[in-house]
Ligand binder design. Structure first.
Ligand SMILES: Nc1ncnc2c1ncn2[C@@H]1O[C@H](COP(=O)(O)OP(=O)(O)OP(=O)(O)O)[C@@H](O)[C@H]1O
Ligand SMILES: [Mg+2]
Length: 396
């Protein structure tokens, strides 16, 4: 069918035509926003799940809710081996901009801008990688506030001041942190500490996180009370009826329907993983001759959908791994892991490769850093990419 009218949207962070199966999280977050704006105690939200399950898209939808309530918002994308100081300063700057133009007291706005500036200035001195950024505002840096160099103390002061500015307007500040598992343990602890202090003050500021399945473990390791700070939401593949919605609703807006057998077949092939839902939806649409889309259309489209995934979804990630890391992942696949289906003991991988477990640590750590493998439990690892084991087995 006409590719121009194709509604499906495979791609990292691509907003799906129908955000299926996430109503509970959206409703919960609406309550969280109301409670925090009213100064009531509330846990923030942390989303975790495998690659391509829709964490970024959900995080963006939550941000949309905060924007809809006139909150100030900003977003950080964490990176391995990078400090979060400058990204946080930039996100706070974006959030402050959204509220300051509605604020009636220019002196208070300048004061907060000055604190942000002093945080950013101090940050430049502390950032060894030499990232440079200063908020593009005229305000004079407020010396002695948010510039001690101790990240936790500085964040408490910065967050407190921006939250109080938003509080003047009856709203709050929400910061969204994607790939949160890439923040170093030390900075994660500082961020948690600051959130803890701010929430005890009843100040309207939220940090909402998203990351790989081991993110809750990393948070717990950084501060013992992390669990009381965040509501952990596991973002997962879509159940059958939600995947069906994800295919049918967008097609419906184009007056196109699916035969039940086509949906059955699509679900069997994709397991309801959102990235695959979009990828298969897109190729199937293009392959179909007309409405209704049949199981035959799906069968015809499947090899092409797999080929596209092999390049864009799996291949791009496989290419980033070193030869030793590839051997490690191939062993995981040989041991029966498909991806999305649990974990395998690292000792077993060592046995399979006939190597000493310690000698494999660099490969394992490299894969974790590259976000291809996660370890939610000591001594075991799983693929972060659904169906990755199947992909690897198909290569050999
Ligand atoms: N609830 C949903 N219903 C239908 N499609 C969805 C849903 N959530 C996400 N998608 C689709 O899935 C794909 C992946 O989404 P997204 O990039 O948010 O995943 P992710 O979990 O952030 O992945 P990664 O870990 O690689 O960053 C996108 O094409 C998006 O349109
Ligand atoms: Mg993402």
């Amino acid at each position: 069918m006409d590719p121009v009218r194709n509604p499906y949207a495979p791609g990292a962070g691509q907003r799906p035509p129908e955000l299926a199966g996430r109503n509970r999280e959206l409703e919960q977050f609406a309550v969280t926003l109301e409670r925090v704006a009213a100064g009531r105690p509330e846990r923030s939200m942390v989303l975790s799940g495998l690659r391509g399950v829709g964490k970024t898209v959900l995080l963006n939808a939550l941000r949309g809710q905060a924007v809809g309530r006139a909150w100030g918002t900003g977003k950080v994308e964490a990176r391995p081996d990078r400090s979060i100081r400058i990204p946080v300063a930039q996100a706070v700057h974006a959030a402050v901009r959204e509220v300051s133009h509605r604020h009636r007291d220019p002196d208070r706005v300048d004061q907060v801008a000055g604190v942000l500036k002093s945080f950013a200035l101090r940050t430049q001195q502390a950032d060894r990688k030499g990232m440079r950024w200063s908020p593009p505002v005229d305000a004079v840096a407020v010396r002695g506030r948010a510039d001690s160099g101790d990240l936790e103390l500085d964040l408490v002061e910065l967050f407190g001041d921006v939250a109080s500015l938003a509080g003047d307007l009856g709203v709050g500040i929400a910061l969204f942190v994607d790939e949160m598992q890439d923040i170093s343990l030390e900075e994660l602890a500082a961020l948690c500490g600051a959130c803890h202090e701010i929430s005890q003050q009843g100040a309207p500021l939220l940090v909402v996180g998203a990351g790989l399945p081991h993110l809750p473990v990393a948070l717990a390791a950084s501060k013992s009370y992390a669990e009381r700070l965040f509501r952990y939401v596991s973002v997962d593949r879509l159940p059958r009826e939600m995947a069906e919605r994800a295919w049918r609703v967008p097609a419906g807006t184009e007056d196109v329907t699916f035969e039940d057998e086509a949906i059955e077949e699509l679900y069997a092939l994709t397991d309801g993983y959102p990235y695959f839902v979009q990828a298969y939806g897109k190729v199937t649409w293009d392959a179909a001759v007309g409405s209704p889309i049949t199981a035959g259309d799906v069968a015809e489209a499947a090899p092409e959908a797999e080929a596209e995934l092999a390049v864009g979804f799996f291949g791009a990630r496989y290419d980033r791994a070193t030869p030793a890391e590839r051997d490690y992942m191939t062993a995981m696949a040989d041991l029966g892991l498909s991806g999305g289906d649990g974990a395998v003991a690292t000792a077993e991988i060592a046995r399979h490769l006939d190597r000493k477990p310690q000698s494999l640590s660099p490969a394992r750590d490299g894969l974790i850093k590259k976000g291809l493998v996660f370890s939610a439990e000591r001594g075991s690892v799983g693929f972060t990419v659904p169906h990755f084991g199947k992909f690897l087995r198909g290569r050999s």
